[in-house]
Write a protein that binds this ligand. Structure first.
Ligand code: ATP
Ligand code: MG
Length: 446
């Protein structure tokens, strides 16, 4: 096994070795390198104590924020490298934080405290791969497996439940059987994990290529953090557009949309309001009137609990609310749509509608696809023409109205909006002359 370590981290290893310390690259970078993926960062572990690492890199700037875990971050060429002293994690009486970390002298003990076998390998250019727990075999087999007793490892740190799902989703791996059983059994541990950490793992999980099968198999874990989703499980739709129950439809919709956080969250939440809105008509057909609105409420509740940032929250809620509204089929409707949704929102909406369609009964696709293609053509054309769909794209602005004798304040804003309406309708072209004339007329009338 040969791993090419980039010059900078290799230099850090060499300096540690030169001073008589052991040092290895370890964890995610070794895993990624073996898989032929480019590691995002190169972490180093060593038997040097943090104080000794700091002294050895006195000519570098170092960040000491991880010092209580034995981590010194050495900065070179603007990039930080974590150098962590071999350690074990002691006891975890709260299932979240080790009571104390304890430095140890052997690499093996350090590898043993790591979460999964694929994350518990180290590498040194002369010694080669150090793989005490079968990480390489699991990597080849596509398995996420705890190092040691899974029950105990999850009880030490409940976040590992979601880390397991995130790594499995990212690489399209399965969870090894005993590890998986322990995950189901210990799902209650998620209740004591901080919302921010849960959300970070959840987002990583959702954008993974292998998320679909895991959403099916581990829906009990998902429900542990998002109980609002539970009513979707096995909920039959009794509707010709659908051949799957609400959860299966949701899983397929998540898989069908691009792996982008806002879109994946949207698809996860988009039908969460359906069970609450279900009704059956006299023909035995199921309906879900106004479920977009109910889904938005539930999604808002979940995102609040997860401490989602406002920008992402706004994006997701807009898409959830509008996911089943018809897409624009005329230029005028397209302009209004762009005005309402914004450029990014409009493009996301196309993606949402497409994914939603792909998770519905295939015989209903052709008709929906035609509407989608038409809407997409209209929107792309309008965007290309830099068509006007907001006050800021109007050919005149507030200053022009002031020059016509309008007074600053609400009448001026009102007039701009009125002109925009006429342009969106297609009643007026978005040209300076035309708009100035209209504004002049409006002023005389009032
Ligand atoms: P990524 O590419 O997502 O950064 P990574 O494997 O580098 O993946 P990190 O969260 O950066 O993951 O952690 C680095 C290493 O530290 C892991 O590979 C693992 O060995 C160990 N580790 C991290 N978090 C835990 C944890 N909660 N429990 C046990 N070991 C952990
Ligand atoms: Mg990492």
């Amino acid at each position: 096994m040969n791993i090419t370590i980039p010059t900078v981290p290799l230099g850090l290893l060499r300096r540690l070795n030169g001073a008589g310390y052991e040092a290895y690259v370890v964890g995610g970078c070794v895993r990624d390198a073996i898989m032929g993926r480019t590691p995002s960062d190169w972490d180093i572990c060593t038997d040097a104590l943090p104080r000794q690492v700091i002294d050895l890199f006195a000519d570098h700037s170092v960040a000491k924020t991880g010092l209580q875990h034995g981590t010194v971050m050495v900065i070179e060429d603007g990039v930080g490298y974590e150098i962590t002293t071999f350690r074990t994690d002691g006891a975890y009486s709260d299932h979240r934080h080790p009571d104390r970390v304890e430095f140890v002298s052997s690499l093996r003990e350090d590898l043993a405290r790591r979460d999964f076998t694929i994350n518990a390998m180290a590498y040194h250019p002369e010694e080669g791969l150090v793989d005490c727990f079968g990480g390489r075999v699991d990597l080849a087999a596509g398995l996420v497996r705890c190092v040691g007793d899974p029950n105990q490892r999850f009880q030490e740190d409940g976040l590992r439940l979601l880390r397991a799902l995130r790594f499995a989703a990212r690489f399209g791996f399965r969870v090894e059987r005993e590890t998986g059983e322990a995950m189901h059994r210990n799902r209650g541990l998620l209740d004591s994990i901080a919302a921010e950490r849960i959300f970070a793992e959840l987002k990583g999980f959702l954008v993974g290529q292998g998320v679909g099968p895991l959403l099916r198999e581990y829906r009990d874990l998902i429900a542990q953090v998002l109980p609002e989703l539970t009513p979707m499980f096995d909920f039959e739709q009794h509707n010709p557009h659908h051949c799957w129950d609400v959860w299966e439809h949701t899983v397929r919709a998540v898989e069908a949309v691009e792996p982008e956080t806002a879109l994946r969250l949207t698809m996860l939440f988009h039908d969460s309001g359906k069970p609450d809105c279900f009704s059956m008509d006299e023909n035995g057909v199921g309906h879900f009137y106004r479920h977009g609105q109910r889904s938005e409420e539930l999604a808002g509740q979940m995102l609040t609990r997860l401490r989602c940032d406002n920008r992402l929250r706004r994006q997701v809620l807009l898409q959830v609310r509008t996911h089943d509204q018809p897409l624009p089929q005329t230029e005028a409707a397209g302009r209004r749509f762009l005005n309402r949704m914004g450029e990014e929102g409009a493009l996301q909406s196309l993606a949402v509608h497409r994914a939603d369609m792909l998770a519905q009964a295939p015989e209903t696709w052709p008709e929906k696809q035609a509407l989608l293609d038409n809407a997409e053509g209209i929107l792309r054309r309008l965007l290309e023409q830099r068509a006007c769909f907001g006050v800021k794209n109007l050919a005149i602005n507030g200053r022009d109205l002031l020059a016509l004798g309008y007074r600053p304040g609400p009448t001026l804003g009102g007039e701009l909006n009125r002109l925009l309406e006429l342009v969106l309708d297609g009643t007026l072209a978005n040209g300076r002359e035309v708009l100035l004339e209209q504004a002049e007329r409006d002023r005389e009338e009032n």
